[in-house]
Design a protein around this ligand. Structure first.
Ligand code: ZN
Length: 202
């Protein structure tokens, strides 16, 4: 794919990010919203190209960074699309009701929403920061506040673990994760790996 084109393929994302996104998309669609995946994985060549726009290449600046979470397969840009005057139209408006619902749902599934940034908000952008692109498991060393909160919330729901949900992955979280994994027959390596996350989201 040429670096001037965006990739919209969900399967190009990190496997765990993919699972959370798919779950969020089901919920978004269930309330009648038609989400448009604008971009998923971005090669570094494309990020560098985007950075050059408005700098060394003519155009309006589209990005402030050469280090995007899109390049680590843990980000997606998502907007609602609606039929306006007979034409399917992408809505680029952070104040839009359907956009707000998408943001709320993505946050619920562990994504950090660019729309909520105090400085340079980026409305259609959602990311999972500090997680490696090839990660097959979330753990104390491979997580962030949003993902940790999600896992704690899911554990609380699944087994009334009575966690203190403070966004930190401490000993209590590890104990609860291990207890849950034991209940599932220790099917997965790592901490919250693919199988464990699937079971937590089920
Ligand atoms: Zn983005």
């Amino acid at each position: 794919m040429a670096y001037t084109e965006q990739c919209r393929d969900v399967s190009e994302l990190n496997i765990l990010c993919q699972m959370l996104l798919e779950k969020a998309l089901i919920e978004i669609r269930s309330v009648g919203i038609n989400p448009l995946i604008v971009e998923t994985y971005r090669t570094q060549a494309r990020q560098n190209y985007l950075y050059s726009v408005g700098r060394t290449v003519t155009g309006t600046k589209v990005t402030w960074t050469q280090a995007s979470i899109h390049t680590s397969k843990n980000a997606v840009d998502l907007v609602p699309q609606r039929n306006i005057n007979g034409k399917m139209t992408a809505i680029w408006n952070a104040g839009d009701k359907e956009t707000k619902k998408i943001i709320e749902t993505m946050v619920k599934y562990g994504f950090e929403a660019g729309a909520n940034w105090a400085v340079s908000p980026d409305s259609p952008h959602f990311q999972i920061k500090n997680v490696s692109s090839s990660a097959k498991s979330y753990s104390e060393d491979n997580t962030n506040t949003y993902i940790t909160k999600l896992i704690q919330k899911l554990l609380n729901t699944k087994m009334k673990a009575e966690l203190i949900v403070d966004g930190k992955w401490g000993a209590k979280t590890t104990r609860a994760v291990n207890k849950f994994r034991a209940q599932q027959g220790w099917v997965e390596d790592g901490k919250v790996g693919i199988q464990t996350l699937k079971k937590l989201l089920a």
